[in-house]
Ligand binder design. Structure first.
Ligand SMILES: O=C(O)CCC(=O)C(=O)O
Ligand SMILES: [Fe+2]
Length: 351
């Protein structure tokens, strides 16, 4: 699959344009580019990014994912994530629901903890299939390091724009504090002509997501929109989005937007869909609430939006485990469980 050629993304499906942020310029402190990033993060919560420094690590990560998915189901299930809120390891198709009527997902995935990748061969949280271990030091760890750098650079920009004391967001995402930050490879097997949802509508749980797509299928429902639109994959670019933790820390200034995955559109639906994500999430012990005491801007936003939830009442680890466990078919008893799994934003529309 790496290096494979696919039919082009079709012209005649509803597509959401997103701005392209030049990461190299952001990193160099270019104010105009920082303003482009800030506008995207606060208005849409999604943007493309180029010159991100992870280009050479994407194919090896996809290869790791393919080698892993090619293992037998028994070999993969030895590393099953379980139903109790854990996320590291393997998830088979059909373990989660994608809609209120209980339809099941069509996405197989392997998640590798950032802490495990950095600590390897020491085990911080979990062990992984041989196909992951074989590439842990030469592929997974460099990928995790590069994505962490990129996400930390973006968070430093947000920190300044939010008027937070220097280093605040960095300290909430400290490298050495255990977290549920992770790398993920997803396979959605080809289902020619199908438009059945493969990954249900959700907002991301963590702070920042860094996503590489080759085929279409990702759809967004941005604020103020009432129709789902595809995000067209652009060669050489990644797609970045804000998650619920940054939405909460910022009192809602940073936008965590709803998205889902459908099979790739039209001619692309004849191919397996592979995607690759790195999720930066806060340290496990970090309390998830608006940082009102640290920023007048955040305090003002919170005062203006009293109906919004500004304190999750739990730390990042508890928040994540609750959301993750409610995704599971086995844990969904009704509407409340379904909604609790989906996200902080616009929950009334995530059905
Ligand atoms: O596969 C994709 O394009 C998106 C996956 C996603 O939204 C997720 O894993 O949270
Ligand atoms: Fe997501």
């Amino acid at each position: 699959m790496p290096g494979a050629t696919f039919p082009p993304f079709p012209h005649d499906v509803p597509t959401q344009p997103l701005v392209i942020v030049d990461y190299a310029l952001v990193k160099a402190g270019d104010q105009a580019e920082i303003d482009v990033l800030w506008k995207a993060a606060t208005e849409k919560g999604f943007w493309y990014m180029k010159n991100h420094g992870v280009e050479d690590l994407l194919d090896p990560m996809f290869e790791m994912g393919q080698e892993t998915m090619d293992l037998s189901i028994q070999a993969k299930m030895e590393y099953w994530q379980g139903n109790s809120g854990g996320s590291f390891g393997y998830k088979a198709k059909g373990a989660t629901t994608v809609d209120l009527s209980g339809s099941k997902d069509n996405a197989e995935m392997i998640n590798v903890s950032k802490d495990d990748a950095l600590a390897y061969p020491r085990v911080a949280h979990a062990s992984y299939p041989s196909t992951v271990n074989a590439r842990m030091e030469n592929t997974v760890r460099p990928f995790v390091e590069a994505c962490t750098d990129a996400n930390n650079t973006i968070m430093a920009v947000f920190n300044a724009k939010l008027g937070l004391p220097e280093g605040t967001l960095a300290s909430l995402h400290a490298r050495d504090e255990p977290s549920v930050s992770e790398a993920r490879v997803i396979k959605v097997p080809a289902t020619p002509g199908s438009t059945k949802i493969a990954v249900g509508a959700h907002t991301d749980f963590g702070s920042l997501s860094f996503l590489a797509n080759r085929l279409g299928g990702l759809q967004v429902l941005l604020p103020g929109q009432d129709d789902w639109r595809y995000v067209k994959p652009l060669p050489g670019h990644v797609i970045c989005n804000v998650g619920d933790a940054l939405n909460l820390f910022s009192g809602g200034i940073l936008m965590s937007s709803i998205h889902r995955v459908l099979p790739p559109p039209l001619a692309q639906s004849h191919f397996d869909r592979w995607s690759l994500v790195f999720f930066t999430r806060p340290g496990n012990s970090v309390h998830l609430k608006a940082l009102t005491e640290l920023s007048p801007l955040i305090a003002q936003k919170v005062a203006e939006t009293p109906d919004k939830m500004h304190d999750a009442g739990v730390n990042a680890a508890q928040w994540f485990a609750r959301r993750q466990s409610k995704w599971r078919v086995d844990n969904q008893k009704g509407l409340d469980d379904y909604l609790a799994s989906r996200g902080t934003e616009h929950t009334q529309t995530v059905v």
